[in-house]
Design a protein around this ligand. Structure first.
Ligand code: ZN
Length: 178
């Protein structure tokens, strides 16, 4: 990752006194686009990190709220989807191996920890596996009806063709509707 952009997400331990600290980040499109592996490419998310430092033990509480752009699984349109969540991460300085998702063990001598990757994962994991905004909200006008009509047409005219899993889903929707 381009280190200069992500440097703002590196928390430097030696400069912090024991006790509570607070960090705020405003994540935008540039954040998602700077992460090469990111499936999410656009969004605007506010993040608050509450940090408690004790000798050799740092506890981070992440709270985030905002929206990211996702692709609808039904009509393939782009939608801003609300995201919100809270996560905890404990950083221990010392030896040994972490046996918990929430725990990270950093060797002595490490002086910073970059939270960018964790932030991305927290946001990405807060999204549902299947995103269909009109089903979430009950507002059927959200989906791009012209795309859905085209898919229905394809299913009608070429029933024996190998079917995209998305169309298969759509077919399932139609039968349950009738
Ligand atoms: Zn849709």
């Amino acid at each position: 990752m381009p280190t200069d952009y992500f440097q703002q997400f590196a928390i430097q331990f030696p400069g912090l006194s024991d006790g509570d600290h607070r960090f705020e980040y405003e994540i935008g499109d540039d954040f998602f686009q700077a992460l090469e592996y990111a499936v999410v490419e656009r969004g605007k998310v506010n993040v608050e990190v509450l940090l408690n430092k004790k000798p050799n033990l740092i506890t981070l509480r992440f709270q985030f709220k905002g929206q990211v752009q996702v692709t609808c699984d039904r009509c393939a349109g782009n939608y801003d989807f609300p995201v919100e969540g809270e996560q905890r991460l404990i950083i221990q300085i010392g030896d040994g191996e972490a046996d918990d998702d929430e725990l990270i063990i950093l060797p002595r001598g490490e002086f910073e920890f970059n939270v960018a990757q964790h932030l991305y994962e927290y946001i990405a994991l807060s999204l549902p596996l299947r995103v269909v905004p009109c089903e979430e909200t009950g507002d059927t006008t959200l989906c791009d009806q012209s795309v859905i009509n085209k898919l229905e047409e394809l299913i009608r005219t070429e029933p024996d063709q190998p079917v995209d899993p998305r169309w298969e889903k759509l077919r399932g929707l139609n039968t349950s509707d009738n």
